[in-house]
Design a protein around this ligand. Structure first.
Ligand code: RIB
Ligand code: CA
Length: 299
């Protein structure tokens, strides 16, 4: 069992990633920490609480609330991709409440209580992670790995031609995480833009009648319905979870990564391929990865 904290801004692809993690027998979810990004913090937190209650109602999966804005400025949100509520589908309301501890306290408390045994899977802007690490070398030592969905090293960006959304939204925090010394696995557009589910594969992309499969199909159907010009649903966040479960699905090059924080190239991830704390994913077993996503969500 791999113990993980999932930091996320659900978000349609975050939702699929959460379904995978909740259904994966090899992951022990210590908790979910929420951040703004795809939608407001209130919306991403509500989406996380409702999703957990909908597919894992009997389970204790703590949700801790994080940052509503990046280290500087404000989030730009991605409602044109994820819908006006950040999910595009209605989920039943829930009585489930977030933890009293905020995301920073939660990440610090859990990882310090189990040094070297908990990884973080980061699926949104890295604001919570940078704050948890700020001035805390003990926390940097305690987190075993941060698997980041983010960046674009040898591939154009998706929010600008230089930058991927998560990194662009908070480049200062992304820089801090890459410089923290914590082992980082960067699952960026270099691999996620090769890994998708196609419009024509539906409406039953996921098999079975489980709530997970049904919700996954609803999310994809809604996303394709609202975006008539889109043929591929890129599995950005699901691939990061798949990489945390089966790292061998990807191939990597070790690097030192710096993030451009200002100007026209804001959010650009610059990799110097040498002995560094970041392993940059550059290759992917697309068939194998999509099969992992399908199998886990169809459960
Ligand atoms: O660029 C893709 C990333 O930005 C994904 O995490 C998606 O959810 C959005 O947050
Ligand atoms: Ca996300």
């Amino acid at each position: 069992m791999r113990r993980v904290i999932i930091d996320t801004d659900p978000g349609t692809d975050d939702a699929l990633a959460l379904l995978m993690a909740l259904n994966c027998p090899d992951l022990l979810i210590e908790g979910i920490t929420t951040v703004g990004g795809n939608a407001t913090l209130a919306q991403t937190t509500q989406n996380a609480l409702r999703l957990v209650d909908h597919v894992a109602s009997g389970r204790d999966v703590p949700v801790a609330v994080g940052a509503d804005q990046p280290a500087r400025g404000s989030f730009s949100y991605a409602y044109h991709v994820h819908g006006t509520d950040g999910l595009g589908v209605d989920l039943p309301s829930t009585a489930r409440k977030p933890q009293r501890a905020d995301a920073i306290e939660f990440i610090r408390d859990r990882t310090l209580a189990a040094p070297g045994r908990i990884a973080v899977i980061a699926l949104g802007p890295l604001t919570n992670l940078a704050a948890a690490l700020d001035g805390r070398p003990d926390v940097a030592k305690a987190i075993s790995e941060i698997v980041v969905m983010g960046g674009a090293v040898e591939m154009p960006g998706n929010i600008t031609s230089h930058a991927e959304f998560n990194i662009y939204e908070d480049p200062w925090s992304a820089n801090a995480v890459c410089a923290s010394g914590v082992p980082v696995t960067l699952v960026g557009l270099d691999v996620t833009h090769k890994t998708s589910m196609h419009r024509d594969g539906g409406p039953r992309w996921f098999e079975g009648t489980s709530r997970s499969a049904q919700l996954g199909n609803r999310i994809l159907s809604s996303s394709f319905r609202e975006r008539a010009d889109v043929q591929d649903f890129y599995l950005h966040d699901p691939l990061a979870v798949a990489a945390a479960i089966e790292p061998e699905l990807l191939t990597y090059r070790r690097a030192q990564v710096e993030v451009v924080t200002d100007g026209e190239e804001r959010g650009r991830t610059v990799a110097s391929f040498r002995d560094g704390s970041v392993q940059v994913a550059l290759g992917v077993d697309v068939g194998g990865a999509v099969e992992v996503v399908r199998t886990l969500i169809s459960k």
